[in-house]
Design a protein. Structure first.
Ligand SMILES: [Zn+2]
Ligand SMILES: [Zn+2]
Length: 284
């Protein structure tokens, strides 16, 4: 099973020479089992992924949306499989029911903010409402959700299939304040215990690390994390690999290279910087 990054940027896509190497598309990650891929978020990276899935003649796709902020949703109406006959698409997103998810997607896809209305595609796709603590079998995958720390709410997901597992935690701030819980090197708080359960022993944790620790201290309510906390969480959960993800729009390739030097040499966890086009092989 392979994981491929199609969009790694947070908050807003960027297009500039100094961000071209890590990539400027916003959040979109593919877990590919060769039969029924799972797509994590539909930021602008979902356009190229959708085209690739159509060219690969994929017959079934599962899409998991973490929340409804536009950097995670903008690419959804450009995601080719939703317009492709004979491709079954299931979209699971925060909500109490399928109707609730449809209504939330419809606030963007309503003919005013986007020319394609959710009603134009709703009959072609299956919508599923996900709640914190919820568990569902979607395609070939078992998906579990937990609540993260982000304005407006956000779900983290654990995706398991074929004996492999991936946890996707974006967008989220640390789940404990600086002087408590894992943030302070102390036992996990209640919220951290729930997330640790989600991440326990995963082959790969993909986590929001948009801020440095110093930036986090000045923007603690913004709901974004920093690499030091992500590594602590990954260590506590026994994750095998960690992808630092949801890069700041202002982070240049050079700045991200420096973060790689600072954080990616870890004795027990295989840490990498998420980069558009990068493939992580979970079989290795
Ligand atoms: Zn985001
Ligand atoms: Zn967000």
């Amino acid at each position: 099973m392979k994981v491929r990054y199609w969009g790694v940027r947070g908050s807003i896509p960027v297009a500039a020479p100094d961000t071209a190497r890590y990539g400027g598309n916003s959040s979109c990650v593919e877990i590919d089992d060769g039969v029924c891929p799972v797509v994590l978020d539909c930021g602008t990276g979902a356009r190229a992924l959708g085209r690739d899935l159509v060219l690969r003649h994929v017959k079934e796709v599962v899409v998991l949306l973490s929340h409804y902020h536009m950097d995670h949703l903008y690419g959804f109406p450009y995601f080719g499989p939703i317009f492709t006959p004979n491709c079954r698409v299931t979209v699971a997103a925060p909500g109490v029911s399928a109707v609730d998810v449809k209504n939330r997607l419809g606030r963007y896809m309503n003919g005013r903010y986007h020319p394609i209305r959710i009603d134009d595609v709703a009959e072609e796709i299956e919508l599923v409402g996900m709640r914190p603590g919820g568990r569902a079998t979607l395609g070939k995958a078992t998906v579990t959700a937990a609540s993260l720390s982000h304005p407006g709410g956000c779900l983290g997901y654990r995706v398991e299939f074929d004996g492999r597992s991936v946890a996707y935690l974006t967008d989220t701030g640390p789940l404990s304040p600086p002087h408590q819980g894992l943030s302070a090197g102390l036992p996990a708080s209640g919220a951290e215990k729930r997330v640790l359960e989600l991440v326990k022993g995963v082959d790969l944790l993909v986590m929001d690390t948009m801020f440095s620790f110093e930036e986090y201290l000045t923007k603690m309510t913004w709901g974004h994390c920093h690499p030091g906390y992500a590594i602590r969480l990954a260590e506590a959960a026994g994750a095998k690999r960690l992808g630092l993800f949801h890069h700041a729009p202002d982070a240049s390739d050079e700045a991200l290279d420096q973060l790689a030097v600072q954080w990616c040499d870890h004795p027990t966890i295989d840490v990498h910087m998420a980069q558009e086009g990068k493939v992580v092989d979970l079989e290795g």
